[in-house]
Design a protein around this ligand. Sequence first.
Ligand SMILES: Cc1ncc(COP(=O)(O)O)c(C=O)c1O
Length: 501
Amino acid sequence: VGVAEVLPLVAERLGAIRGEESERGEPVYRRLVAALRRSIEDGALPLGARLPSERRLSSALGLSRTTVQTAYRELEALGYVESRRGSGTYVCGRPEWPSQPRASAIPKHTFARRAKAAGNTFLLDLMHAASTLHRYAFETGMPDPRLMPVRAFHAIIEDLFSQRSAEWVSYSPTQGVPQLRQALTHTLLPLRGLHGVRPEEVLITTGSLQGLDLVSKLFLEPGDTVLVEEPSFPGATQIFRSFGAELVGVPVDEEGLVVDHLQEVLARVKPKLLYVQPTLQNPTGAVLSARRRARLLDVASRWRTPIVEDDAYGLLLGQDAPPALKARDEEGLVIYLGTVSKILSPGLRVGYLVADEGLVRALSHVKQLTDLHTSTVSQFLVEGWLTTADVRGHLRTCQRVYGERLRLALDCLRRHPLIEPYIEPQGGIYVFGRILTGIQAARLRVESAERGVIFAPGDAFAVAGGLQDCLRLCVGASDLAALRVGLGRLLRLVEELQTPA
Ligand SMILES: Cc1ncc(COP(=O)(O)O)c(C=O)c1O
């Protein structure tokens, strides 16, 4: 493949991607990365092909040289290309991730429109990063596997497989196995202030992400508005967008969602849903204050706005955690989502949704079309753990360990003020920070990956664009020693990159 053949192809794909994603305000270098990746993955740029020089590509596409440089370095960090000194940049495949199959015989233009929204690779990349070995992996929202009760799981599995195979080898109810729904109402839900929930009001989901998908399927038509926090969790915003929803961001500060702002927005638009994480918001770690919780429920009631409360991290906050919004929801406007991913294991893919019985029934109807039911083995594993383990003791350990890690990370940032926390998180596993030296997170990430340090770039969490100077560090999966070294390396790099060579 010669350079002359490559240029029009990349230009065409960049144009197409621009069209598809312009409303998302993605930086140009990302779109260029996507265009080149797409070309490599479908074989248009085969293994060994030489990419145009940075100078040539920048002038051919009318992009700045820095944009092309950043894109090439990102592709290199992702393992798609390698640069050979004095010779150029070559496609080298994607060594640790099998490359995508060649273009399908069924053309892409026949795909539904939502396939474009699913084209965003942020979550795919995070999942991939979770299974690869960067030493200082601060990118994926992973709890520490060393804290997962593997021995207890072993005993439960042994019992399940030797004594109770009839219970898990066949299909199980779409709404979730009754024993697990019952166990949740006695264990995890009361810990979040949700007392007296009946099993009929609980739906087991395949991760809480599926809860978001089911809710979207039930409520959203293309063109509907969903209000979300700004910044927000890309897993959620991607799902809403895939149903054609327009997203409107409401800012978050130290007290969580700015409810005054929400009120102003509600005077202008009529959203189908409001998606919030009131307790340890991802990415900022904000906790909605008691005062704002009460006001939020008032405002939602006044405007009859259904709230999707994502409480993925609430159990990590400890004794001072405010009860879930759902605990004060007298009108049934709150759909509550929980998960065992951050306290037990994300690999089990067990989440739970709490809503009134009618809504749970309607959502079960949607779920039957998606996956019939969540893995029965996973459900029994979680149920076995909830009914036999010292759940509170385990949560206290998680809170203590993550608390130490968070404090250490915040100390490092305080001592070397190059990255400033967006807000000071009170718990959980994330620090969202702004880089103060003017360097963009994407560029920093390319350089830091070479030193074994990865993090999530802030712009992925932006709803209306921006946040290119922000990053999210997950401190959950690294012990104190690894955090000290990894953050030290990152901060040194930020310092080096601000000094002109
Ligand atoms: C806010 C939030 N909601 C949901 C999820 C997804 O969780 P699950 O593994 O239960 O699908 C995550 C994972 O990072 C998250 O941060």
